[in-house]
Design a protein around this ligand. Structure first.
Ligand SMILES: C[C@@]1(CC(=O)O)c2cc3[nH]c(cc4nc(cc5[nH]c(cc(n2)[C@H]1CCC(=O)O)[C@@](C)(CC(=O)O)[C@@H]5CCC(=O)O)C(CC(=O)O)=C4CCC(=O)O)c(CCC(=O)O)c3CC(=O)O
Ligand SMILES: NC(=O)C1=CN([C@@H]2O[C@H](COP(=O)(O)OP(=O)(O)OC[C@H]3O[C@@H](n4cnc5c(N)ncnc54)[C@H](O)[C@@H]3O)[C@@H](O)[C@H]2O)C=CC1
Length: 231
């Protein structure tokens, strides 16, 4: 499997199954995509995510923009293809507790060239079938972690470790991004510029100073940069 970051902005993600797994997957996509959950019943978390009043009957049009919409229906294996044709999603998530329905979601999605996430199987996937990784975010930094479907519990445990490990990475990304743009604009020779940026992102002093605040981090970074540029 090859890890990729995919932007679902403006796309629809359909989740079949409104239980605890469907709720977790829906939450993973609702920042960017329009998420439609098709299920006869909905987990408490989904109802609060969507607001009860948005639960609508089969056939109504989804809203524009990122959102979670709950559609009350229990398509059988033969019907899931029609749902995909109607909703035209970029990704379908099979998260029902009915293996036949999940299998039908997978094959109907693969037939239509729609990405599919089968939540009830692990290990090897068919081409076009994706896994949802454990993720850590410190904007604009994101870490995605998969055990290749072998051990989701380990993915979760490793995610918790990394969360602590990359504390402050978002600030560091902004600071070092700013530094590299400035050094480029100043016309510093590429080799020196790269060395300066490499030293900043590895400097314990800069990481520590950033915890106190952006301007402290900037000061410490400037000291490191001056050393490299020898000015
Ligand atoms: C293959 C995959 C398909 C997919 O869903 O994409 C899949 C499949 C299955 N998960 C199962 C169980 C559990 N899943 C979790 C948790 C997570 N599962 C996630 C992803 C994936 N799960 C994909 C592989 C990812 C990889 O490559 O590592 C995470 C990372 C992302 C997310 O889902 O958001 C999220 C952690 C998020 C976080 O915390 O950061 C826990 C832990 C817990 O609940 O505490 C348990 C219980 C412990 C255990 O069983 O390990 C079962 C058995 C169901 C049963 O027994 O019936 C199956 C199906 C099977 O194994 O057949
Ligand atoms: N990938 C993962 O991280 C995990 C996956 N699983 C797997 O995911 C599946 C779902 O787990 P839970 O959410 O805990 O189960 P659950 O029983 O809480 O939820 C299943 C949902 O599917 C709905 N449903 C049933 N028939 C349907 C149909 N024809 N169309 C649409 N929705 C339908 C039910 O109403 C219910 O809301 C299980 O089969 C399990 O094997 C379980 C734990 C973790």
């Amino acid at each position: 499997m090859t890890p990729l970051y995919h932007d679902f902005a403006g796309e629809t993600v359909v989740v079949f199954g409104g239980g605890s797994v469907g709720a977790r997957k829906a939450r993973g996509f609702d920042d960017a995509a329009r998420v439609v959950v098709v299920s006869p019943a909905f987990d408490e978390r989904l109802r609060s995510l969507a607001g009860d009043e948005t639960a609508s009957d089969e056939g109504s049009e989804p809203a524009d923009g990122p959102s979670v919409e709950l559609v009350r229906a229990a398509p059988d294996a033969d019907a899931v293809g029609d749902w995909l044709d109607r909703l035209d999603p970029a990704l379908a998530v099979a998260a029902t507790d009915d293996a036949a329905v999940n299998a039908a979601v997978e094959s109907a999605a693969l037939d239509r060239g729609v990405l599919v996430n089968r939540t009830d199987v692990s290990g090897e996937r068919d081409p076009g079938s994706v896994v949802v990784p454990a993720t850590v975010e410190d904007d604009p930094v994101t870490v995605a972690l998969s055990t290749g479907g072998t051990s989701p519990a380990l993915a979760k445990a490793l995610r918790e470790r990394i969360e602590a490990e990359i504390d402050g990475a978002g600030e560091m990304a902004r600071l070092s991004g700013e530094v590299r743009e400035e050094l480029k604009a100043e016309g510093i020779a590429p080799e020196k510029r790269r060395e300066a940026v490499r030293r900043v992102v590895r400097s314990r002093g800069v990481w520590k100073a950033l915890q106190k605040g952006r301007s402290y981090g900037r000061q410490e970074a400037d000291t490191v940069i001056e050393e490299v540029l020898d000015r």
